[in-house]
Design a protein around this ligand. Structure first.
Ligand code: AMP
Length: 462
């Protein structure tokens, strides 16, 4: 998953973009990059690590110009190294182009294989680079027409920001899997994965791009295109469950109250009658625990101290690092938990390893009972649209029933929110979201063979 940002016509485009990336840091922590257009050429700076590690303390004089795009990355296709950091750039017959991608193409491997057979030379292993090659080959005269022609060949999840021969372009795929908002800062159009990054810059949030919408900002102003045949929208429900920051507004709802509503429904659907306190797994379980506490009337007790200097544990690409970092990140407090019968609330259970460790920590801190409640349904399928879910074989609920999962995580009881309850809390019916990871259909199937194999190959190499 990734975060993308763009601005056009600002005297301070690079600095604004770097600040925007700080607000999107939760969407990717492996690399950060910014590209600017100075009226004649592109400038690019990117590096591995957090935004602050790459850009903190820099004067950004090497990123001149009034238009900029930025990207934070965590890898879902292509390994985690600098050659795969975005923005990626190319110089083609349609001008100099830089792009940042959030999502995952499900025909990226197929397109890449075909392009390579024609002689294309790729400089990264990302699925995103195929767009630059398609653009380079397009015979359309106008760069925007060439881009649109290329975009029509893509399948899967793609939000893009591009600097295309001096224009700023924003793209949201026809299914609308990932969010992308448009705003305005002192008259300059802004594109941004999540509104929380606009808040920090005091950008006026204008609206979300519609699924299948392309916006182009240039000297003539901002125009909107709808170049794709319409399909039923499928925004990702997991953005609401876990991925997006709670202070963002996406798919028409603010995330925090959605998660509180999930917790409230969870308390109704999966009560814990013997419990005497609700404890959140920080930070991901906090809003749902608030809702569970409000609905059940049980007090919300702060059971953990979180070390804020460690990143999201799940996001570390290697299992060995993830294992260690749960304990580095969270410490349970015996004074708060001792003697209690606890409802432990988290947003989701994927491999179950986090929950197992946390349940143990709560018991070691003296809790007499631990009732685990998840504010989403069992994760049974891997995401092919850009959320880094492990392969199906590693998903606990894909092969285990409720009782074996309960035994694995060593909880006294276990309860999940229903799919319908989750969707209702997010303001829609189940069919109005992509919920493939929770057992729904994949809205756009992956190409068989090469693309999927390539994704797997890249994942295995990590
Ligand atoms: P697990 O140990 O695999 O069951 O991980 C579950 C924990 O990871 C929960 O606390 C979630 O908040 C978090 N989580 C779930 N999915 C993801 C993801 N795709 N990326 C990062 N963290 C996640």
């Amino acid at each position: 998953m990734c975060g993308i940002f763009g601005i056009y016509g600002s005297a301070d485009a690079a600095r604004v973009t770097v600040h925007g990336l700080y607000g999107l840091q939760h969407r990717g922590q492996e690399s950060a990059g910014v590209a600017t257009w100075d009226g004649r050429r592109l400038h690019v700076s990117k590096g591995m690590g957090l935004v602050d590690e790459v850009f903190g303390g820099r004067d950004l004089a090497d990123l001149p110009g009034g238009a900029a795009i930025g990207h934070v990355r965590y890898s879902t296709a292509g390994s985690s190294d600098l050659r795969n950091a975005h923005p990626i750039t190319a110089s083609t017959q349609h001008g100099e182009t830089a792009l940042g991608h959030n999502g995952n193409l499900v025909n990226g491997g197929t397109l890449r294989d075909a392009l390579e057979r024609e002689g294309a030379i790729f400089s990264s292993t990302t699925d995103s680079e195929v767009l630059l090659h398609l653009l380079a080959r397009s015979g359309a005269r106008d760069p925007v027409d060439a881009l649109v022609e290329s975009l029509r060949r893509l399948k899967g999840a793609f939000c893009f920001v591009l600097l295309l021969d001096g224009r700023l372009v924003g793209v949201r795929d026809p299914w609308g899997f990932r969010p992308l908002a448009v705003g305005e800062l002192d008259g300059s159009p802004v594109l941004c994965s999540e509104t929380c990054a606009m808040d920090l810059l005091r950008v006026r949030n204008v609206r979300e791009l519609a699924p299948g919408e392309v916006v182009v900002a240039d000297e003539g102003g901002v125009r909107s295109l709808r170049p794709f045949p319409p399909v039923p929208p499928a925004p990702c429900i997991f953005e609401h469950v876990y991925f997006a920051r709670p202070d963002s507004r996406l798919f028409g709802e603010t995330v925090f109250p959605v998660r509180v509503a999930m917790g409230r429904r969870l308390a109704v659907e999966q009560p814990a009658p013997t419990a005497d306190a609700v404890v959140a797994v920080p930070d991901s379980g906090v809003p749902a625990a608030v809702g569970f506490s409000e609905e059940s009337g049980l007090p919300l007790v702060h059971g953990f101290v979180r070390n804020h200097y460690v990143g999201r544990t799940f996001i570390a690409p290697r299992q060995s690092i993830r294992d260690l970092s749960v304990r580095v990140k969270l410490n349970a407090m015996p004074g708060q938990l001792g003697g209690r019968r606890v409802v432990l609330v988290d947003d989701s259970l994927v491999r179950g390893t986090t929950a197992r460790k946390i349940v143990r920590m709560v018991r070691e801190a003296g809790a007499r009972e631990v009732h685990l409640r998840l504010s989403s349904p069992p994760v049974v399928n891997s995401c092919i649209y850009g959320i880094d879910t492990p392969e199906r074989s590693e998903l606990l609920a894909a092969s285990q029933d409720l009782e074996s999962i309960r035994r694995f995580v060593e909880a006294d009881s276990l309860g999940y929110l229903s799919p319908e309850g989750m969707a209702a809390a997010a303001g829609g019916s189940l069919d109005s979201f992509c919920h493939a990871c929770f057992g729904g259909a994949y809205p756009v199937p992956a190409d068989e063979g090469p693309s999927r194999q390539r994704l797997l190959f890249e994942k295995e190499r990590r």
